[in-house]
Every structure is written in structure tokens, then in C-alpha cells.
Design a protein around this ligand. Structure first.
Ligand SMILES: [Zn+2]
Length: 328
């Protein structure tokens, strides 16, 4: 028996969050008479130190096949980096995948496009989950033009990078060649996380997407939520920590928001039945700088919130062009 109707599932795509974050800046409201009554230097310095920084970059991390129950079972001792993002950011362990499928490529395509999967639901049409190159692009699958977070970032004059452990995600580069400025495909999570960290530090990307595949591999080999799977999630948590430490410690990465989610969950042998809650329930975590009380958030001049960004106003803790809110 189903625990809830898939048709009622809400969608929390990364594209919605990231497009809103990447295109927008956060500013303090103007203060009446500020010029006439400038604060003393010490006060001004303290205020500047306390002022929020605009979100200048977004790091999105997708842990393939991460059942949120793994985080609960591992606890803060077993997954300290992700729990740190949870504790200091905004999160839900009750986010939902797209309703139609719980497979890696279709659901990642939903993340970056903000669209459903099925074409008759105005979806992107990517229903396969292998390395095929025909259809060659998301546009070919959809039969129409399809934008993505990569095109949003590119249209804003900024740079994106994609780091993935799975060859099939090259679909994104083929679909948005002008939007994805750097693509790295490495089968090994540890090497991939290092490459992503080095790129984060060396380049001023507005958007970096990191896809870690080990938990899904372990789930298929040993069973999702098995001890071996949990060990792998704990190991991947260490790689999240590697990225998180770079964001915290490197001055050039100040103003980076981190989004962490998954394409599907899983329990036992598989994650393929989209009617099963254990498959369609995923974590969704957003961590970033605190927005000080009284600050307002505005879109960059000349830009308006996208339709997807306006929809995100219904997501907990998010609003069109909102900055992520949390202590650092
Ligand atoms: Zn899988």
C-alpha cells in the first residue's frame, strides 16, 4: 500500500533554488538620513562585519541514491559534514523526486531544468537511464527548447561547472554546451570531489554541480540501507566535508551557498518503483549566509524572477531571489 499519492507530490528541484540564488543579490534597505548622520567608524565596521553577503556562488551536491534515513541512522557522528549543513541551514528530509520516475538521469534532468519528466506533463522527456546518445539532447527528448540552471547562469554572464561520476550526465553538456563551461567525469568519488574542490578554489563559478555516485553503487551491490551502504554514505560525507571546508576557509569562496539533495532514495535491492516512498523521498538542504534582520532581497537589475523562481516561493524557507539563510 502506498504511503501517499505520488500525484500529490511536490517538486523541489535544484534548478528552482539555484536559479533564484544565482541570479540575485541581497542588499540592506536604504537608511533614511544615512548621509547626514554617518555612524562612527567602529560602529560602521561592526555593522559591516555583521552584514550579510550576497550569494555569489552556488555549490549543488547530489548524492545519488541517498535515502534520508541513512542520515538519521548515521547521526551526527557518522555524517558530521551533512549534519553540519542541516543544523546550520534549512532542510527537509521529506523532499520529493519527480513523480514519474526514480532513476538517476531523468531525476537529475528534473533537478537542473525544474521540469517534470513526462512530455505529457510538460516534462523534459528524458525517460532513459543509460549512456545512449540518441536522443542526443534534452531538447530532442522534449521536442522543444528546454532551458536549465546552466542556461540561466550563462544568460547572467556567469560560469558553471559539472562534476559527475556517471557518463550519462554528459547529456547536460550536450544539451547546454554554452552553459556548461567545465565538465569532469570521474568514476571515483574521492578524485571527483578533489577535482571539484580545486576548481571551486581556482575559478569564480556562479554554479558548480557535483554528483557523487558511490552510495547508489553500494546500494545496488549490497542493498540500500545495508551496513555497507551506510558505510559508503559516511565516506561520502567526508567528501562533502572536503568541499564544505573549502567554502568555509577560502576567502574567495565567501558568499557560497550549498544545496545538497538526491535524485532518489532506495531500500533493499532497488530504487526503481516510483510509487514507493522509500524511493521518492529525498533530503533537501540549503546552507548559506545569514540574512540579517531587515535586509531585503532583490533581483539583479534588469532581471525578473523566473516562473520557476516564483514557484519556489512555496518552498519552505525560500522565496523568489531569496538568499539562503543560516549562520556560517
Ligand atoms: Zn541506481
Amino acid at each position: 500500500m502506498k504511503s501517499s499519492s505520488p500525484a500529490r507530490r511536490a517538486l523541489l528541484p535544484v534548478a528552482v533554488t539555484v536559479a533564484a540564488l544565482a541570479a540575485c543579490t541581497s542588499t540592506a534597505p536604504p537608511t533614511a538620513g544615512a548621509e547626514a548622520a554617518a555612524p562612527p567608524p567602529a560602529v560602521a565596521a561592526a555593522a559591516a562585519a555583521a552584514a550579510p553577503q550576497p550569494v555569489a556562488r552556488v555549490l549543488a551536491i547530489s548524492i545519488d541514491g541517498l535515502n534520508p534515513d541513512a542520515l538519521t541512522q548515521l547521526g551526527r557522528a557518522g555524517a558530521p559534514a551533512i549534519w553540519h549543513l542541516v543544523d546550520q541551514g534549512v532542510h527537509t528530509f521529506e523532499a520529493r523526486t519527480a513523480v514519474e520516475l526514480t532513476d538517476t538521469l531523468p531525476n537529475h534532468t528534473t533537478m537542473v531544468t525544474g521540469r517534470a519528466i513526462a512530455r505529457d506533463r510538460n516534462g523534459h522527456g528524458v525517460t532513459w537511464n543509460d549512456d545512449r546518445t540518441d536522443p542526443a539532447t534534452v531538447q530532442a527528448a522534449a521536442g522543444e527548447d528546454v532551458g536549465s540552471v546552466f542556461t540561466e547562469v550563462s544568460d547572467a554572464g556567469r560560469s558553471s561547472a559539472l562534476f559527475t561520476t556517471k557518463e550519462k550526465l554528459r547529456l547536460f553538456d550536450r544539451s547546454w554546451p554554452d552553459g556548461v563551461d567545465e565538465v569532469t567525469v570521474l568514476g571515483q568519488d574521492d578524485a571527483l570531489a578533489t577535482a571539484a574542490r580545486d576548481d571551486l578554489v581556482a575559478h569564480h563559478r556562479a554554479f558548480t554541480f557535483v554528483h557523487l555516485g558511490g552510495a547508489d553503487v553500494s546500494g545496488h551491490l549490497h542493498g540500500f540501507m545495508s551496513p555497507a551502504y551506510l558505510d559508503t554514505v559516511s565516506r561520502l560525507d567526508g567528501l562533502v566535508g572536503r568541499l564544505e571546508r573549502a567554502v568555509r576557509r577560502q576567502p574567495q569562496l565567501a558568499g557560497t551557498a550549498i544545496v545538497l539533495t538526491a535524485d532518489h532514495g532506495g531500500r533493499g535491492e532497488s530504487h526503481r518503483d516510483p510509487a514507493q516512498r522509500v524511493n521518492y523521498r529525498v533530503p533537501f538542504v540549503v546552507w548559506g549566509r545569514r540574512s540579517a534582520p531587515g535586509t531585503s532581497t532583490t533581483c539583479r537589475a534588469g532581471r525578473t524572477p523566473t516562473r520557476a523562481a516564483r514557484r519556489s516561493a512555496t518552498a519552505p524557507g525560500l522565496s523568489p531571489c531569496a538568499t539562503a539563510t543560516s549562520p556560517t
